[in-house]
Ligand binder design. Structure first.
Ligand SMILES: [Zn+2]
Length: 119
């Protein structure tokens, strides 16, 4: 597979630190080694230590859904790792319910549970 490092570098510089942390930890199995190098050096430039990276991985590992090969499942709405699977109506033009589908959702996009009134 051809990897356009110039493009990856541009993308990495523009990415959120959280996004980069996810790529360097739960998504690392699916990453090109060269891209991973760029991500890790960008994180180091932002002051993220190996120790911090390890802690982040431990935290994510508790909550994220993984495929059997160890790669994290991605949210259906964004690039964050999914923490739950839910049945939702697939809606035509975002309005008309057509059929229920199983979607994977991250912390931000999951349906809030009633006991989550701590925030
Ligand atoms: Zn999401």
């Amino acid at each position: 597979m051809h990897l356009d490092l110039e493009r990856v570098l541009h993308n990495v510089r523009a990415a959120d630190t959280e996004d980069l942390l996810d790529r360097a930890t739960v998504y690392r199995n699916g990453m090109e080694p060269a891209a991973l190098d760029l991500i890790e050096s960008e994180l180091a430039n932002r002051g993220v230590t190996q120790e911090h990276l390890q802690q982040y991985f431990e935290m994510r590992r508790q909550e994220v859904l993984f495929f059997p090969d160890g790669t994290a499942m991605m949210c259906s709405r964004c690039r964050r790792p999914a923490v739950t699977c839910e049945w939702q109506w697939h809606r035509l033009f975002g309005l008309v319910p057509i059929f229920p589908q199983r979607v994977r959702l991250c912390q931000i996009h999951r349906t809030p549970t009633t006991d989550a009134g701590m925030e």
